[in-house]
Unconditional design. Structure first.
Length: 674
């Protein structure tokens, strides 16, 4: 491994990569850009998208509206620095509505295509989302959190004038009282609003102590809005049982459209106004269940499933202009597929290369839009570039953006090789990828980092990863795989870990390490392992079951399932879907799968790394493992990332710091092996 030099960032001295400027460097993270959320103009001549970038002075990611014509000419739509998002075209294409903080707070803005003018058209006290135009172009619907403060149950005496008393106690009685990334929740609910399309006073059309959130779609007569919500009195006990409703714009009357056990989400009405499509599944309380595409006539036809034979979850549904079929996407074997399917079930694939939005680690997932007779724009997945835009129209294919060529034209990145290997436990072939260090020489011996994805029901893909490229630039071979439990390999494969996690997914990972070692260029005395979230669980599980790794970094893990379900934000979901029941009624099961139960076996030097504001896998999980390792006499350290939620990499410097500390730990114990 190459020696590290010091990089000073935000007052912290952190290890950095070797000083070869031809390699990907930590500070290069601030130069990354990627495209997302393409919105093709209804006439098909150009696409408006979000150009995402990192600001080194504020240590934030921003995104502004740009346009790309069908030949690939780029220009800013508005210019300036801002956070623009949620853009949606009016039905006739004369206006673009979007949300932006350009006026100082998040407001709805309009852009007029004829004059190129733009302006905020609201003065909201909250942040709007889920913008939706009425078919007649006269109204814009949106959702917004609406405060409903509750009075404290006790009355306290007022402090004397000039006195400095402590802040008053905070009284909490909400079922779900905090969420990762949002912190402790304010009193109130998400409600639906409508406003005149050219600006004016928004009007709240839903009320009550329920969240009326998610995507909105209008009925063809522009008289009602269809939405997804869980309006049950016992919604806390049925967190996955949402339904579809319509609300009349005139008087706020709500009508239930669907009634079955399971989620019904992402409704979209066909252009002719006659049919409704949406996503959902029949809930069987499994930790992973396939999301399917449903459709029905709005005049009363029973719902039917269009994707019953598809063994992958569906997302991003859009109607064809003629209302005779739908476009949607799904992930299969680490690739993002976009397909068209008519209402009779005939399906045709348009591409399998959508992805690229997760620039930190190489997760699957992407965006697309389609208009007219099938003109398609999507984000491109590529192992050496974050997401760009690609246009497909019939047999014509053109890449519209190359946002990182200015950075990577003079940088040498590690090459990625896809591998498949047989699992020794069960009849499965496991997919993975090997990331080689730049200037790789197969006659040399290299350290190997096993990097494990989170979820656990997610999937890695053949796409760009800043974190893994930094690891490779430091002279490591990096292996990342999709062991059983991962999505995009069918429902049965994902459900292998239902009430059984971690389990043989551990064996799949070890088989992957063995498969790479067999290639002959790995130094078996310098094997390292790391992963975040579900990958942190598996990393802690690994060091409790083998001593083959020289060092480990456990990032934002669950260590004790009993304490996790009683401190995590979605505790009412986890206890029902990940476990056979409540922890005090199933103590043996919870502890059997908890890495803390095997801490007495650990001899591997193990570092913990978690955000202090993480409410998904709270830092108390890392703290108890740190203290347990100390008591067990294992070499350990704990890295706490101030103010960071579960998504540590949302601040670019935190991504850099995370990788720097991981490499520091591996180098520290790798030197002892030489």
């Amino acid at each position: 491994m190459k020696k590290l030099i010091a990089l000073t960032l935000a007052g912290m001295a952190l290890p950095a990569l070797a000083s070869d400027t031809n390699l990907f460097q930590p500070e290069d993270v601030f130069q990354l850009e990627y495209a997302s959320a393409p919105a093709i103009h209804p006439e098909g001549g150009y696409t408006v998208f979000i150009r995402n970038y990192m600001d080194i002075m504020t240590d934030r990611k921003y995104g502004t509206l740009w346009r790309a014509d069908n030949k690939g000419e780029l220009r800013p739509l508005l210019g300036g620095d801002a956070n623009d998002h949620s853009q949606v075209w009016s039905p006739d294409g004369s206006k673009l509505a979007f949300v932006s903080n350009r006026s100082g707070s998040n407001q709805i803005h309009l852009y007029w295509t004829d004059t190129k003018d733009h302006a905020p058209v609201t003065r909201l006290t909250g942040s709007p989302s889920n913008l939706s135009w009425s078919p007649d172009g006269k109204w814009i619907a949106f959702t917004m959190f609406t405060p409903k403060p509750s009075k404290a149950p006790v009355s306290l005496p007022a402090a004397p004038e000039g006195a400095k008393w402590a802040e008053a106690p905070k009284y909490i009685d909400k079922d779900n009282y905090r969420f990762d990334g949002a912190g402790y929740l304010k009193d109130g609910y998400t409600q639906i609003y409508v406003m005149p399309a050219n600006g004016g006073t928004p009007r709240q059309i839903t009320t009550g102590e329920y969240n009326h959130g998610g995507g909105l779609t209008w009925t063809g007569d522009s008289a009602s809005i269809i939405f997804s919500a869980n309006l049950r009195d016992d919604a806390f006990n049925q967190p996955q049982n949402s339904e579809l409703y319509s609300v009349a714009v005139a008087d706020g009357e709500i009508t239930q459209l669907i009634d079955r056990v399971g989620p019904d989400t992402a409704p979209t009405v066909s252009p002719d106004g006659k049919k409704l499509a949406w996503l959902g599944y029949d809930d069987e309380k499994m930790s992973h269940q396939l999301t399917k595409l449903y459709v029905m006539d709005l005049d009363g036809e029973e719902p039917r499933v269009l994707t019953n034979e598809l063994d992958y979850s569906v997302s991003d549904v859009q109607w064809a202009d003629d209302s005779r079929g739908l476009y949607f996407s799904y992930d299969r074997h680490g690739k993002g597929h976009i397909v068209y399917q008519n209402l009779n079930g005939k399906r045709s694939e348009l591409t399998d290369e959508m992805g690229g939005l997760s620039y930190g680690r190489p997760y699957s997932g992407g965006d697309f839009d389609v208009v007219g007779n099938g003109q398609l724009v999507y984000t491109l997945a590529h192992p050496q570039r974050p997401a760009d835009l690609v246009l497909r129209n019939g047999n014509m294919k053109r890449q519209l953006t190359r946002l990182n060529d200015d950075l990577f034209a003079h940088k040498q990145l590690g090459k990625v090789e896809e591998i498949w290997y047989a699992s020794k436990h069960g009849d499965y072939d496991i997919q993975g990828w090997i990331l080689y260090p730049p200037n790789f020489d197969p006659t040399q011996k290299y350290p190997l980092i096993l990097e494990i994805h989170g979820g656990p029901h997610t999937a890695y893909a053949n796409t760009f990863s800043a974190e893994l490229q930094l690891m490779a630039a430091a002279g490591n071979v990096v292996l990342y795989t999709n062991p059983r439990g991962s999505t995009s390999y069918g429902e049965a494969f994902a459900q292998e870990i239902h009430h059984n996690y971690p389990s043989q997914d551990y064996d799949d990972l070890m088989d992957g390490v063995d498969a790479v070692i067999e290639k002959g260029f790995i130094d078996e005395e310098r094997l390292y392992v790391t992963g975040g979230s579900g990958g942190g669980v598996l990393t802690a599980w690994i060091v409790g079951h083998t001593d083959r790794f020289r060092a480990a970094v456990v990032a934002k893990p669950v260590i004790n399932w009993y304490s996790f379900v009683l401190t995590a934000d979605f505790y009412n979901y986890f206890t029902q879907y990940w476990f056979p029941g409540l922890p005090w009624e199933n103590l043996e099961h919870y502890m059997k799968y908890s890495p803390i139960s095997y801490v007495g076996n650990v001899t591997t030097p193990t570092m913990l790394l978690t955000g202090e504001a993480d409410y998904r896998t709270p830092i108390s999980e890392s703290e108890q493992y740190y203290q347990a390792l100390k008591l067990a006499g294992v070499e350990t350290a704990m890295v706490r990332v101030p103010n960071a939620p579960h998504g540590i990499y949302s601040r670019p410097s935190n991504l850099i710091g995370k990788v720097a500390y991981i490499l520091h730990w591996f180098e520290k114990y790798g030197e002892k092996a030489q």
